[in-house]
Unconditional design. Structure first.
Length: 104
């Protein structure tokens, strides 16, 4: 990973942090909770995943998606994330249960 990419990821994290801090809606809800006698500790975790995209494969998948009117297929990382949230995707195999899923 290049130093420029690391810098961009750091900037993304800072932008997310700033947007949460400056959110009037979040500040209002926190204030309401404090009015009820509770202190608030808000901890957020952001996972930033990067997939390197080749120029040719990116252009071909975009043009085929546009011509068919369909969105591009999910990556294995996308499917794994969705399964961890117990979200199934139509047309994808459900051979493996999602992490933490309960079998019946």
């Amino acid at each position: 990973m290049t130093s420029r990419l690391k810098e961009l990821i750091q900037q993304l994290g800072e932008a997310i942090h700033e947007s949460v801090i400056e959110s009037e809606q979040i500040a209002g809800v926190v204030q309401d909770i404090r009015k009820h006698g509770f202190d608030v500790l808000l901890m957020l975790e952001a996972t930033i995943g990067l997939n390197e995209v080749g120029a040719k494969s990116s252009e071909s998948s975009e043009s085929s998606a546009e011509s068919t009117g369909e969105s591009a297929p999910f990556t294995p990382n996308d499917l794994s994330f969705l399964k961890s949230l117990r979200i199934s995707v139509e047309g994808e195999s459900d051979d493996e249960p999602a992490p933490g899923a309960v079998s019946e």
